[in-house]
Design a protein around this ligand. Structure first.
Ligand code: NAI
Ligand code: 15L
Length: 269
């Protein structure tokens, strides 16, 4: 690619992409509403609020592909979710359509299917069962991506990311964890495969305890290498195994199923 846009570049996954994906394009255009520091020689930095339609249009112009990590990444008030994750993703796809962007990595979330029980194995055909307004916004993004594919041919990887951190942080994440290396290799596969289409992909490592089945995206050639099992004894040593009837043990979305509707912005980091 000539130019790859990474939104949410000041966030956790955006920083990972910035550090590890420079080889995918001549230029990385890095965007966020937060500070992005100083530009490296192959980087363009842009401060942009996803809710600002004309700013998003300018952000997307001239890009060949997009990794969309920008947006609210936790549960919050409707207004915050709506502006960043509903208006924001609409503005992004409209800009992609106008400027002929052909491929997008969309950071959906396991919270789009969070009310499925942990006893269930899900594949790409599973019905969505969002566990929060945040999860609803991810379902919206997946639906929007599908419509832009069917109507305009814009290809999207709808990646229901589990938990992407250096290590799993609790017992639930032994099932949902995706290592940083596996996330990087997934993004590489999404932009290298000759024909992507608009698949649902579970963003998860090769965990022994996984609930998710990626059989339908074999054509991507993505082979996650990591398995959370190596962290199990460490997690057992630092925290109690939650009770079997605790929502964090019952539902795939864990603690997100417990939160009510936030009537004001949470301010949570
Ligand atoms: P993060 O919260 O660290 O980063 C998100 C970035 O988006 C932040 O830098 C923030 O400033 C920016 N942002 C928020 N609202 C914006 C707006 N209106 N305009 C412009 N920028 C805005 O989140 P993280 O962990 O890096 O996640 C990236 C994406 O992946 C998010 O969409 C999140 O929902 C999704 N995801 C992440 C998972 C994980 O385990 N890290 C799991 C599932 C989904
Ligand atoms: C998400 O969607 C969040 O963005 C991330 O911070 C984690 O909470 C993750 O899901 C998870 O379910 O562990």
């Amino acid at each position: 690619m000539n130019r790859l846009l990474i939104t949410g570049a000041a966030g956790g996954l955006g920083k990972l992409a910035r550090a590890r994906l420079g080889h995918l394009a001549d230029t990385l255009r890095l965007a966020d509403m937060a500070d992005l520091g100083d530009a490296e020689p192959n980087e363009e930095l842009l401060i942009c609020d996803l809710a600002d339609k004309s700013a998003v249009d300018a952000m997307v112009e001239g890009c060949d592909g997009i990794v969309h990590f920008g947006g609210r990444s936790l549960e919050d008030s409707w207004e915050i979710i709506r502006d960043s994750n509903i208006e924001g993703v609409f503005n992004l796809y409209e800009a992609a359509r106008r400027h002929g962007v052909s491929r997008i990595f969309y950071a959906s979330s396991n919270h789009a299917i969070g009310y499925h029980q942990q006893t269930q194995q899900l594949d790409a055909e599973a019905v969505t069962r969002p566990d929060s307004l945040y999860g609803v916004s991810k379902v919206f993004g997946e639906a929007l991506a599908t419509m832009y594919y069917d109507k305009f041919g814009i290809e999207t990887a709808n990646v229901r990311i589990g938990s992407c951190f250096p290590e799993p942080r609790d017992h639930r994440m032994l099932s949902t964890w995706i290592s940083e290396d596996d996330m990087v290799s997934l993004i590489e596969c999404v932009f290298r495969v000759p024909r992507l289409g608009c698949p649902v992909i579970y963003g998860v490592s090769d965990n022994a305890a996984s609930w998710w089945d990626n059989t339908s995206i074999g054509y991507l050639g993505w082979k996650p290498q990591d398995n959370s099992e190596k962290f199990r004894s460490k997690i057992d040593a630092v925290m109690e195994t939650p009770a079997v009837d605790d929502p964090v043990s019952v539902y795939q979305g864990g603690i997100f199923t417990v939160a009510g509707i936030a009537e004001k912005p949470t301010g949570a980091a």
